[in-house]
Design a binder for this molecule. Structure first.
Ligand SMILES: Nc1nc2c(ncn2[C@@H]2O[C@H](COP(=O)(O)OP(=O)(O)OP(=O)(O)O)[C@@H](O)[C@H]2O)c(=O)[nH]1
Ligand SMILES: [Mg+2]
Length: 246
């Protein structure tokens, strides 16, 4: 059964910004990551932390329950794994703040970088953290570059520096509008998101951010042996998207 925890509403009430984190099997990272966001942003202004967790089997759910007692947050806990995209879409339903920073829960991003994005919130509809030095495998980097290239060719996109970047700030209403249209790119949610956003005329800005190795375990999605299969299915997904947006 789905469970919803909310220690935010009674303790903090409301805020201008939320951080939405999708979570799956992050027992080694989650408490540290939540605390880091809370200390970096939540100490300067009210922060609505929303965790969208599903299918964890490593004690992540218990860790979230534990930390919700000290850090004001909202958490949606679901028994079966829903996938990254669904995690984000469902999590967005619980965000009440005007702005939302969507990022990963494995510690790869530095909450301090939030301030660089926050400064630009009036200038762009979507501000995306461009990973200058990506702490990822060569295969992953090649796959991302290929998507970037194809997105440019197939959709006439400008040269984004990091189209798959999972560190983005925008108005919550913008996030919902685009995320709800998501259909095809299971393993590359942000590529589809960026293409749809661009086609709708939203102004997208990129800001350099730090990228660190994940805090524990290995990738939850891009297992090395799965990359050829993922790359193929994402290629077909891109073509479907082009068919739809033509
Ligand atoms: N809710 C939800 N979150 C997920 C799911 N799969 C992955 N995530 C989370 O999404 C984020 C991205 O997953 P990662 O495995 O870190 O993907 P990655 O950053 O591309 O891979 P690494 O570089 O190895 O970290 C992490 O915070 C995961 O916990 C899922 O099925 N549901
Ligand atoms: Mg990661």
């Amino acid at each position: 059964m789905e469970e919803f925890i909310d220690t935010f509403t009674s303790k903090v009430g409301s805020s201008e910004v939320a951080v939405l984190l999708p979570v799956h099997n992050e027992v080694h990272a989650i408490e540290k990551v939540v605390l880091e966001f809370y200390n970096t942003i939540g100490s300067k202004m009210p922060l609505e932390i929303v965790l969208s967790e599903d299918g964890s089997t490593d004690g992540t759910k218990e860790a979230i329950k534990r930390i919700s007692k000290t850090v004001p947050l909202k958490a949606l806990l679901s028994p079966t794994r829903k996938g990254y995209a669904r995690g984000i879409i469902d999590g967005l339903n619980y965000v009440k703040s005007n702005y939302v920073l969507i990022t990963d829960s494995d510690g790869q991003h530095d909450p301090q970088d939030f301030w660089k994005l926050w400064e630009l919130r009036k200038e762009y509809d979507i501000i995306s953290g461009w990973r200058v030095k990506r702490a990822d495998s060569l295969q992953r980097k090649i796959m991302s570059k290929t998507f970037q290239f194809m997105a440019k060719k197939l959709f006439g996109l400008p040269s984004f520096r990091d189209i798959t970047a999972p560190f983005k700030l925008m108005r919550t209403e913008v996030a919902r509008k685009i995320a709800n249209e998501y259909k095809y790119m299971r393993e590359s949610f942000w590529t589809e998101f960026t293409i749809r956003a661009y086609k709708k005329g939203f102004k997208i800005g990129e800001v350099p951010v730090t990228h660190r190795p994940r805090l524990g375990g290995s990738t939850r999605v891009y297992k090395p042996w799965k990359i050829p299969k993922i790359a193929t299915s994402q290629f077909y997904a891109l073509l479907k998207l082009r068919g739809e947006l033509k």
